[in-house]
Ligand binder design. Sequence first.
Ligand code: FES
Length: 107
Amino acid sequence: MTINWTDVGAAIEVAPQSARRVETVMGAIAVFRTMADEYYAVFDKCPHKGGPLSEGIVHGRAIACPLHNWSISLESGEALGADAGKGCTPTVPLRVENGRILLGLNF
Ligand code: FES
């Protein structure tokens, strides 16, 4: 499958340990930046009851959902800890190039 890389903004616009919600033709995607300056993208929908992960708290390479505090891996999209195995949010390919965030959106 060919990946269509789409520029969704400047990397610097996402503050460390925060997220930005990006509306795409595939749905809302949350782009995260960790304290270590790593970037990840997952669909902005918690696998539990659809909470907005972009409004959660980034800790390490995971996000705590703002609704019921499930911890979701930013690397795999899978629920962690006590909720491991209960659900998964699809991840989205992401790369940072020349200071821009590119998402791999397939059409
Ligand atoms: S909706 Fe995310 S933990 Fe419940």
